[in-house]
Design a protein around this ligand. Structure first.
Ligand SMILES: [Zn+2]
Ligand SMILES: [Zn+2]
Length: 302
């Protein structure tokens, strides 16, 4: 399946989100995070470099990415598997370290992204431009949980997480790496590198799924703007491996079932299923994905 010309699809679409109030709070936060991220690099280069801090930041990055892909994404947006209460609690506590609002807020936007892909109602449609899909959409996002996440707001654990994600995020995203850094005498590095620099990379890699994975790479199924980018997999716990397939089979708990694809999320869910933390894993056979893709291509050209 060839690459469909995304550039040709990009037209000046009416963007209803632009009419929402500008999120100065988020602009200020993103600016602080990026400036502090640069200070973190300076700290590592000229003040103190600790290999322990660097490894700890990398592990926290991976853990938080797993909490995104296994939580608001594959579990709550797509019901692609079921999680035990213990796993749900673990995800609810770790996920705020991503500083991407509460799980229902995240999932509500993502449900709409799939429901309205490549239309003006897609909150982060790449058809409004690469940078809109990457980050600008946040600056026009709603403060409320989108109506699409109404069913998630019936789950007490998610209501609790949505209400408390800010202090949980401060604790997991900054308190934890600072405390760990203090164990080997580098609390400043823990705070700057494990907190801010990790968060900068966490933001841009997560955001790449909505921009890069809808803009660059191959379309294996020839449907919409979703793309396959094997290299984006390890940077996003597997999210970016085959985003094109994910748009055809969002109910599959694997983003990319190919054995060599670095989809850490599918392995983590499988491992959890072996210790009874996850169950009812949904897998969509390749022939069904192909049939769905053919149908979607037909509807698109009709
Ligand atoms: Zn997408
Ligand atoms: Zn999805």
């Amino acid at each position: 399946m060839g690459r469909s010309p995304v550039a040709e699809l990009i037209s000046p679409l009416y963007n209803p989100a632009r009419e929402r109030p500008f999120r100065y709070d988020l602009l200020a936060w993103f600016t602080i995070v990026h400036v502090a991220g640069i200070v973190a690099i300076w700290h590592m280069a000229y003040v103190h470099f600790s290999i322990n801090t660097a490894v700890m930041a990398g592990l926290l990055f991976l853990l938080v990415h797993l909490s995104i892909t296994m939580g608001p994404h594959r579990l709550y947006s797509h019901d692609s598997y079921k999680a035990s209460r213990a796993l749900e609690l673990g995800i609810a506590v770790v996920n705020p370290g991503a500083m991407q609002d509460g799980i229902p807020w995240w999932s509500g936007h993502h449900i709409d992204h799939h429901k309205y892909t490549d239309t003006p109602r897609d909150p982060y449609s790449v058809l409004h431009g690469f940078w809109w899909a990457h980050c600008i959409w946040h600056l026009y996002s709603t403060r409320q949980v989108p109506p699409s996440a109404r069913k998630l707001m019936r789950k007490p654990i998610l209501v609790w997480q949505q209400r408390n994600h800010v202090w949980l995020g401060a604790l997991v995203g900054f308190g934890l790496p600072t405390g760990l850094g203090a164990l080997w005498g580098d609390w400043v590095g823990g705070f700057l590198v494990g907190g801010f620099l990790r968060l900068v990379v966490q933001y841009h890699t997560t955001w790449s799924i909505n921009s890069v994975a809808h803009y660059f790479g191959k379309s294996r199924y020839g449907v919409g703007t979703g793309r396959s980018n094997a290299w984006l997999g390890p940077l996003t716990a597997g999210e970016g491996t085959d985003h094109g397939r994910h748009h055809v089979a969002p109910d599959d708990c694997r983003i990319d079932p190919r054995w060599w694809a670095l989809d850490f999320g599918k392995w983590a869910i499988w491992l959890c299923s072996k210790v009874k933390l996850a169950y009812d894993l949904r897998r969509v056979p390749e022939e069904v994905v192909q049939k769905r893709a053919a149908l979607l291509r037909q509807t698109a050209t009709a």
